[in-house]
Design a protein around this ligand. Structure first.
Ligand code: SAM
Ligand code: SF4
Length: 475
């Protein structure tokens, strides 16, 4: 049997898909290049913005003729569009979908696949294989990967917690992913070791608010700093990243761990969302711009080389031109390395979606989005220009158009040409040319590379990290 997985949305969704793929490969399924060639098609969806939902509905619509032609095709529809109160509606709207599964809970999907495989092959032991792939203690799903001929990605996602206890007025996530649940440290260390044994050298810890990691653990509460210290000792792991931080929860302890633990990279993702106090209040973000400014100043004081990424929403209900200009002013003042910008999208069920009229037109929102992008393009280029002539340590993750591709510790994308095999190795690269989204350089040292590769072809990696993220892309 062959599978095809389609994913839209954030890193958490990418991590969920990666784990589903591993569970499928553990069962002996091979990857198909398209939905047409697959026996199992899985769509992992996102609800954060209407555009993401529309994309998923259009994708699943395109599968209908396939299902009519091949009734034994399994179609799984999961992720943030699937929640207790949406399933009935989805079932009525998409009767040809076999199984709907909530975010991070693909057990129903895997059970169906196991039964189908058992029907095809009576020797298949579905008791063993039906373990849920995301159940953290299930060794079968998280362990060695079988039946895969593809190289494993060097940089992996590791969800350390699920859910969110905050209620930002625009955000659907808490309604779809539930309350915060942290995974215990020993389990995460164990999984990290397995990822390293499977080729990982960098792990990014994922949580909606990573700074709140461990508060719910019992009998003893832990902190993200404790987890970072535990992972520092994982042999073979070179780099650790974490996202996303929240200005209300970011702590001195996390900053200290980032500053002092050699494997923890100097990169902090801390969304501001808007540059105006009244808008922040309407968003229920729980901080002021002044508090945010002080956090950025403190990060830069403690780790001067740290790169800082942020998220911004433009066109929140009631955002005036003046309030929007405050966001642009903040960008000029703080000069972020990366800005992920999105046009506000009303989400039914949220406070803003239900009670705050969405008065700005698409054209006005687009105009604001472009103004944010314009400033950020200039700032990113200026910041990247300061790196020209410096030597950066790059962890090489992939190839792209005949070049090696990797990231600096500060998460900047770097390309360089070299005939030797650098995949998964640390290269010292001198930066020659900047652009707003990436850097071009020449290798000047690093770990011992592998032998010369005759033709540098794109590597067929399972789930490569997203490229230089255009600032308005879905995350
Ligand atoms: N937990 C993180 C935080 O507190 O900022 C971010 C998680 S959220 C799923 C990812 C990003 O999606 C947010 O930072 C926000 O910019 C964007 N987002 C969430 N809801 C949105 C909406 N209704 N319209 C537009 N963008 C939205
Ligand atoms: Fe959504 Fe706010 Fe929770 Fe982030 S902190 S996931 S934006 S509710």
């Amino acid at each position: 049997m062959r599978y095809y997985v389609w994913t839209v949305g954030c890193q958490m969704n990418e991590a969920d898909s990666e784990r589903i793929v591993r569970a499928l490969q553990d069962r002996g399924l091979a990857e198909a290049q398209s939905a047409e060639q697959a026996d199992v098609v899985i769509l992992n969806t996102c609800s954060v913005r209407q555009a993401a939902e529309d994309k998923a509905l259009s994708k699943v619509g395109s599968l209908r003729p396939l299902k009519l032609a091949r009734p034994d095709l399994i179609i799984g529809f999961g992720g943030c569009m699937v929640a207790g109160d949406t399933v009935d509606g989805l079932r009525r709207r998409l009767p040809y979908v076999d199984v709907f599964f909530p975010p991070s809970e693909p057990d129903g999907l895997l059970e169906l696949i196991d039964h189908r495989m058992a029907d095809r092959d009576p020797t298949f032991d579905d008791d063993v294989a039906s373990d849920g792939c995301l159940a953290p203690t299930v060794v079968a799903s998280a362990g060695a990967i079988v039946n895969t001929s593809r190289p494993r990605p060097v940089a992996r996602w590791l969800p350390i917690m699920s859910g969110c206890n905050r209620r930002c007025t625009y955000c659907i996530v808490p309604f779809r992913r539930g309350r915060e649940v942290s995974r215990p440290i020993p389990e995460l260390v164990d999984e990290s070791r397995r990822l390293v044994a499977d080729g990982a050298r960098e792990i990014t810890l994922l949580g909606q608010i990573v700074d709140r990691y461990g508060r719910d653990l019992r009998p003893q509460r832990f902190h993200l700093g404790d987890l970072l210290r535990a992972l520092q000792d994982v042999e073979g792991l070179e780099r650790i990243r974490f996202l996303t931080s929240h200005p209300r929860d970011f702590t001195e302890e996390v900053l200290e761990a980032t500053a002092t633990l050699p494997k923890v990279c100097e990169h902090i993702n801390i969304p501001v969302q808007a540059g105006d106090d009244d808008v922040l209040q309407a968003m229920w973000r729980g901080y002021t711009i002044d508090v945010y400014r002080r956090i950025v100043a403190r990060i830069r004081e403690r780790i001067p080389t740290c790169s800082i990424a942020t998220d911004i929403i433009v066109g929140f209900p009631g955002e005036t031109e003046d309030q929007f200009r405050h966001t642009l002013d903040l960008m000029e003042e703080l000069r972020f390395d990366v800005v992920h910008v999105a046009m506000y999208s009303p989400r039914p069920g949220t406070v803003a979606g239900d009670r705050m009229p969405d008065l700005l037109s698409q054209a006005e929102k687009k105009d604001r989005l472009h103004r944010v992008e314009e400033i950020q393009e200039r700032v990113s280029l200026e910041l990247n220009q300061t790196l020209v002539g410096t030597t950066q340590q790059i962890l090489v993750e992939d190839t792209d158009k005949g070049k090696w591709k990797g990231r600096t510790r500060t998460n900047k994308l770097v390309f360089f040409e070299d005939p030797r095999d650098w995949l998964g190795r640390l290269a010292n690269v001198r930066i020659d040319r900047p652009s707003p989204w990436s850097l071009q350089g020449s290798v000047v040292g690093g770990e011992q590379p592998g032998p010369v590769r005759p033709v540098l072809q794109p590597l067929p990696v399972l789930n490569s990290r997203s490229p230089a993220v255009p600032s308005n892309s879905l995350r």
